[in-house]
Design a protein around this ligand. Sequence first.
Ligand SMILES: NC(=O)c1ccc[n+]([C@@H]2O[C@H](COP(=O)([O-])OP(=O)(O)OC[C@H]3O[C@@H](n4cnc5c(N)ncnc54)[C@H](OP(=O)(O)O)[C@@H]3O)[C@@H](O)[C@H]2O)c1
Length: 256
Amino acid sequence: MTISSRESDDDEIVVSRRGAVVLVTGGSGGIGRAVALHLASKGLRVVLSGRRLDALAAVQAEIVESGGDAAVLAADLTDTNGPASLVAATVAWQGRLDGVVSCAGAARFTFFNRMSAVEFTDEIQVNLLAPIAIVRAAMPELVRARRGFVVFINSIVSRAPAPARGTGYVTAKAGLLHFSESLFAEIRDSGVAVTSILPDLTDTPMIPDRLGYDRTSLIDPASIADAVWFVMTPRGHACITELHLRSQPSLRMEHA
Ligand SMILES: NC(=O)c1ccc[n+]([C@@H]2O[C@H](COP(=O)([O-])OP(=O)(O)OC[C@H]3O[C@@H](n4cnc5c(N)ncnc54)[C@H](OP(=O)(O)O)[C@@H]3O)[C@@H](O)[C@H]2O)c1
């Protein structure tokens, strides 16, 4: 009897990921930082983007100090030229692009009636239109790459739009989830994997103290980074198209 070995499958995928170039948007902090550190520790070459060059440089230094390879690109995703220029600069860095982890996002936590039309449009731009534009620009490279991949860090609110003060954010995230599903259906034969990860509340600067959440009950960004690696290394030709991470504070207490 032959039992196929999960380990050898994994090894093959892990080896093929080593040296791959991945663009991590929102790499200057929070979940994007955790993802960038994790992927670099697995041997991927990481391009980090965000607006704050000093914060990007700090993450880059952490990666380089632990033996990894990283580059940084400052770009504002409310600038409509930002997405295409990010992709062009990433490809120029190492002559290839194997994957995009779209983490950049912003939430104002402001009531709809108190948001200007410009503020609302910015929220749609950063959380929906910019990720789509990045994927559009990256697609030729991703198709060329073996096992190209796109991971959207979406949110559980795309399935369950619970919180008040989030109309723009929730609208954008719901749109991005449907885009992700629809894109996968269109390009599945290309070999490019498309995944949406839907985290619950996570302990990052996006969640301001004024909202009053108990931070010990929020998800650790490192758990989201684990999930990114998990969806990037599936067995065989399966594609994990959607993954939910819910907080379970009682487990944290057990481990404390
Ligand atoms: N925290 C949560 O509870 C939670 C839950 C579910 C999903 N998410 C999602 O997870 C992703 C990461 O969020 P986070 O929690 O890590 O938040 P965060 O710590 O505030 O990080 C947001 C990242 O997005 C970048 N960014 C924001 N606006 C940008 C712009 N206009 N142009 C370019 N980059 C911009 C920021 O970089 P700069 O400041 O350097 O520009 C930063 O790196 C987001 O897509 C968010 O929607 C978060």
